[in-house]
Design a protein around this ligand. Structure first.
Ligand SMILES: [Zn+2]
Length: 109
């Protein structure tokens, strides 16, 4: 983004140009809000997949309200959560499979 008055390069959140003081046309308070839910959801996806999934879904809804901010992160959070949950279920099935196989084998000893 560049200042329409003096052409100086501006940071995307700038409301006024630091070079000439002209308003950038971005209304005050409408600055790009970071999508906290999406960030939290993505981090939680690795630690607590269920909470991560919930936060990521909420974050994706929030991303739509924020005009796309954090949408990729929320989508990644959902994908990671689901992958972790699928792995957890797989491990549980394997664990119980081995456990009960060992149990029934022990019963025949
Ligand atoms: Zn300027």
């Amino acid at each position: 983004m560049y200042c329409s008055n003096c052409g100086k390069e501006l940071c995307d959140n700038a409301v006024i140009c630091p070079g000439c003081g002209a308003a950038t046309g971005k209304p005050l308070g409408a600055k790009q809000e970071s999508n906290v839910l999406a960030i939290v959801g993505f981090v939680l996806a690795f630690l607590m997949p269920v909470a991560g999934l919930v936060c990521s879904i909420l974050g994706k809804n929030r991303a739509a309200e924020l005009g796309g901010s954090g949408k990729g992160l929320a989508t990644a959070g959902i994908a990671v959560s689901i992958a972790y949950l699928a792995l957890a279920v797989l491990f549980l099935i394997l664990f119980f499979g081995i456990f009960f196989a060992a149990l029934s084998a022990a019963a025949y000893l």
